[in-house]
Write a protein that binds this ligand. Structure first.
Ligand code: ADP
Ligand code: ZN
Length: 767
């Protein structure tokens, strides 16, 4: 429960006539607001953008909601009164309110749901709690015998503790002693002091600890002298940054072309004008190196990443909202940073699918950012080496984005040479199946011999991808999902990569009792074993979500790799993104075909992006570099064009295909998923809902109007997931307005039976 307001009313239904009213939205999928009266005692504190507590539903239950309007015109019907105002200041300004309103409309969910998702929990809960470590001297009777000797520093710490007479928090003590916590930790390990951790209300945290958000760095770095391409791009951008005004740019620049320098200049420019910048990057790129590049040049930088605690998030939000931050760098949710004078929005790697949120509100941060820029009337720069086809298409329309390009790497460094290795023709070792063919192995040997580092990429975790019985064909399946299980050797279990369900591996087939169970396919864990066998004297490190589950482990590995302590780094797409390692001279892709045959119209686009990104890892430094891609389908356009770094030809080809098959960006899609633990209930409601859509589509389709199509219903590609049976269908149109009108018409009256749920996904990314 929120604290800090003492405005609770004992008699919410006081008799005095109410003359002020508020419209309130709740964290529910409702598309309308509810009107409440404001009792006199709350008149002064209530306001748009604040939360209030109101009676909702039957009985005397109350719910918290967001005030979206204050008015003094009484509604036609009698209304209940709000009972409390929960915030001292508005959580969102007018811009963010407009933006969230638009999101609710566009993504077809409740405005209150959007507000709830946008305002960090740490802001809603105000203070929050945190862990505090305390130390105190060991009681005399429990002191070690004989007493260990201490250094002067340790003695000083111990004396200070004894003088205090009660436990002191570790960091305050360290600060008093003018240094780190090492001396105190030694006292603890020598048995002369004890420590314990206590969870405390943040407001109760002892002196000195309240401002403990990660420090904001400000070490100035000299600007780079731009090359001719960068100057040309900058000259297009600069006037618009000076005048302000909504203007979307798509910056297409190959990996290593110096896009970041352009971002930095844009930020410096707006900061000079006393304004603020928001920079969105994929979560995986939020490395200290990235952050340093921004903080070194651009004033006070706040970083919003997913590892922050609620209260840290809350602190950032407040710092931004009070104008203490000039640059917000963050993943998806940073698009909602409550800046006061926004000057520019930048999205690096704008094609990244991680910008799409896969839970309500299912927004795409890039699209929300473009809308935010429009509402705030500021320029926005989307950057990528492999732009999404949506953005690329937008940059080629008359009224769309302005295309800026950096076609070459800086200092004329060559793009890495990409060599395809046709796995169909690689020499095989009889009786053995190796993931690394002889060609790639040779290249690895050469790179390592020349003191280069190697990155190997395989987009599949685990040891074997599936476990099957050669006699009856039985494949080990998840109990809750229509997905085969993956064998993980280190924990000796079969794991579902979707829901996390685990089971013990079996030695004989559960279906036919045959004993020769086969473990097929290849995951990162098995690849690691093969590399260790082939390169016994090299340091090999695997990076995937199995090995990198502890916070900070990701960064430790990257640091060690950068320092040259690791020779071969292998991993999933985690290693493919935006990382800059000058000493990597060989990048190998174990199997380029992994994602190509998925039932997803973006499969080719994603494969191209992935190969291009992976290839961009090589040859960032002076040594140059090589990329080797193993594939069974070297002639597939997305593979052959990726080897030539030819995004433009790929996009032409793929856009032709999209147009022909009526896929985005030529058509807008909305997907509906119906799910239930009961298969027939899900199937029946999917039919009913699709029927309602069919009728609405027929009603609005007239000659000369934009077309609407309904596809399905059908079973989802993964039919059973997390114990739910799932059906889906899609509505599509070349006109977003028409699509939305039909969606709203049907959904406003759709009501699913008990035990059945449906989800709406506008511009869906996953299938
Ligand atoms: P991108 O984001 O396009 O992949 P970066 O911005 O990371 O490329 O630039 C790659 C490297 O080139 C960085 O180390 C950057 O500091 C450097 N760089 C950028 N512009 C120049 C320039 N004009 N001259 C020399 N080096 C540059
Ligand atoms: Zn599962």
């Amino acid at each position: 429960m929120p604290t800090a307001t003492n405005l609770f009313l004992d008699h919410p239904d006081s008799v005095a006539p109410v003359t002020l009213f508020v419209d309130v939205v709740f964290d529910r999928p409702l598309d309308h607001a509810y009107t409440y009266g404001v009792p006199d005692a709350l008149r002064e504190t209530v306001g748009v953008g604040k939360r209030v507590e109101c009676p909702f539903g039957r009985g005397d239950k109350t719910t918290e909601g967001y005030v979206i309007r204050v008015a003094d015109v009484p509604p036609v019907r009698a209304v209940k009164n709000i009972t409390r105002v929960l915030d001292d200041t508005a959580l969102l300004d007018e811009h963010l309110l407009k933006l969230t309103r638009w999101m609710a409309d566009y993504y077809l969910c409740g405005w209150g749901q959007v507000l709830h998702a946008v305002v960090p929990a740490g802001v809603r809960e105000k203070a929050g709690t945190k862990n505090v470590t305390f130390v105190h001297p060991t009681p005399r009777e429990e002191l070690p015998n004989p007493l260990p000797s201490v250094t002067p520093k340790q003695k000083q710490a111990l004396d200070r503790l004894k003088r205090e007479g009660k436990p002191m928090d570790l960091h305050t003590l360290a600060r008093m002693l003018g240094g780190g916590t090492a001396a105190i930790s030694s006292l603890v390990s020598k048995g002369l002091a004890r420590k314990f951790v206590e969870r405390m209300e943040r407001s109760a945290v002892p002196y000195g600890l309240k401002e403990d958000a990660p420090p904001l760095t400000e070490t100035p770095l000299p600007p780079i002298t731009m090359n001719a391409d960068q100057v040309a791009v900058w000259e297009m951008l600069r006037p618009l940054l000076d005048t302000g005004g909504y203007h979307p740019f798509l910056l297409h620049g190959v990996t290593g072309s110096g896009k970041t320098e352009i971002y930095l200049r844009a930020i410096e420019e707006v900061v000079r004008q006393g304004k603020e910048a928001i920079v969105l990057v994929p979560e995986i790129s939020l490395t200290p190196q990235t952050i340093e590049r921004f903080s070194g040049r651009c004033g006070t930088v706040a970083v919003l990443h997913s590892h922050l605690t609620d209260s840290e998030r809350g602190q950032y939000w407040r710092r931004v909202a009070t104008g203490q931050v000039q640059v917000v760098v963050g993943a998806r949710s940073a698009v909602f940073a409550p800046t006061r004078k926004l000057g520019v929005i930048i999205i690096d790697e704008e094609h990244e699918t991680s910008f799409k949120q896969e839970s309500t509100p299912r927004y795409h941060a890039r699209d929300v950012a473009v809308m935010r820029a429009r509402l705030a009337n500021v320029p926005i720069i989307l950057g990528s080496a492999t732009p999404s086809l949506e953005s690329w298409h937008n940059a080629h329309r008359a009224d769309g984005y302005t295309l800026l390009s950096l076609p070459n790497r800086v200092e004329n460094r060559p793009l890495p040479k990409v060599q395809l290795v046709d796995l169909r023709h690689e020499p095989k070792t009889p009786g053995k199946h190796f993931a690394i063919g002889p060609t790639l192995e040779q290249a690895m040997n050469n790179a390592l011999k020349a003191n280069g580092q190697v990155m190997l990429f395989l987009n599949r975790r685990g040891f074997s991808t599936h476990v099957h019985c050669p006699s009856c064909g039985h494949v080990a399946q998840c109990a809750h999902c229509d997905l085969s299980l993956t064998f993980h050797r280190h924990k000796s279990s079969l794991v579902c990569h979707y829901c996390g369900w685990e089971t013990a591996p079996f030695t004989k087939c559960p279906a036919c009792s045959q004993v020769s169970i086969r473990y097929q396919g290849l995951g990162t864990e098995k690849l690691q074993e093969e590399i260790e066998a082939k390169f016994p004297n090299k340091v090999v490190q695997r990076m995937d979500s199995d090995t990198m589950s502890k916070p900070g482990s990701h960064q430790r590995v990257l640091d060690a790799f950068r320092e040259g302590l690791i020779h071969i780094l292998l991993g999933t797409q985690m290693i493919a993104k935006g990382l800059d390692f000058p000493n990597v001279t060989l990048v190998g892709v174990i199997n380029a075909d992994v994602g190509l045959h998925l039932p997803d119209f973006r499969a080719a686009e994603r494969t191209f992006q992935l190969l291009a990104q992976v290839s961009g890892r090589a040859g960032r430094g002076e040594k140059g570099g090589q990329v080797m891609i193993q594939t069974f389908t070297p002639d597939h356009p997305c593979i052959s064009l990726a080897t030539k770094h030819d995004f433009i030809s790929f996009s032409q080809q793929e856009l032709g295909h999209r147009r022909e098959h009526q896929y985005p960006p030529y058509q807008r899609l909305a997907r509906l998923i119906v799910r239930s633990e009961k298969e027939t209930a899900a199937a029946e409601f999917a039919e009913t809902l699709a029927g309602a859509f069919k009728a609405a589509v027929t009603r609005v389709t007239k000659p000369g109007t934009p077309t609407l199509r309904l596809l399905g219903p059908a079973e989802c590609p993964v039919f059973k997931l997390n114990g739910y049976y799932r059906f889906h269908f899609q509505i599509q149109s070349e006109n977003a307005g028409v699509l939305h009108a039909v969606m709203r018409e049907v959904l406003s009256v759709a009501k699913s039976p008990h035990g059945v749920e449906f989800q709406v996904d506008v511009d869906p990314y996953s299938m």
